[in-house]
Design a protein. Sequence first.
Length: 150
Amino acid sequence: MFWFNKQHPNAIYIDRRLAPKGHEPYHPNHSVQPDVVMDFRKMNFKTASFNLVVFDPPHFTGIGRNSWLARKYGVLDGATWREDIKSGFDECWRVLKMNGVLIVKWSEDLEHPSRSISTSQLIQVVGREPLFGHRTGTRSNTHWLCFMKL
């Protein structure tokens, strides 16, 4: 959702989902049209391929798989989210070149904590400390975290 241009020539947009425009009735212009259909836990890129990686995984656990939030953003399995996020982060780290930058976009649902994972939990699960971060959004619930591979 943060892309200005998902077709930018310097970006490869991946998602394991593929959904045409209109798949989500509450947001009829929304589509999921990645350049490559791929799971972030097992990416088919060579080690040390990229200078910059942006990791924007689903961040909800306690929502229905067919809810509009799940259709628009994806959903994490409540039982395996820790392993899934750790695997995804480790894959991003693997494909990142030395001195490369990894940006993680994470969102907390402060109004519904039962379906949300806190940023501090995320940092604990990935096992690395970000260099810095920034909160955005109308409720400051979106966190942008910056990691650098040294």
